[in-house]
Design a protein around this ligand. Sequence first.
Ligand code: SF4
Length: 68
Amino acid sequence: MADATVEVNHDVCIVSGMCASLAPEIFDIDDDGTTLEVLQPSVGGELIDQAVGAEACCPVSAIKVTMQ
Ligand code: SF4
């Protein structure tokens, strides 16, 4: 099964939390709400759909999902 890589451009991320709401297994915001962390930089299966959905919904296009 194909995998995908998930990258976030932290220079443009505004830590809106949208991706963490849509895909909490992949994205997390730290406790003080200032930093987005990519929990799974490589995903497979249904998590690919979640990653792509988050990519589409990011308000500043900071997420890049690349199929391997
Ligand atoms: S949706 Fe985009 S701007 Fe919002 S936290 Fe995720 S990467 Fe950052």
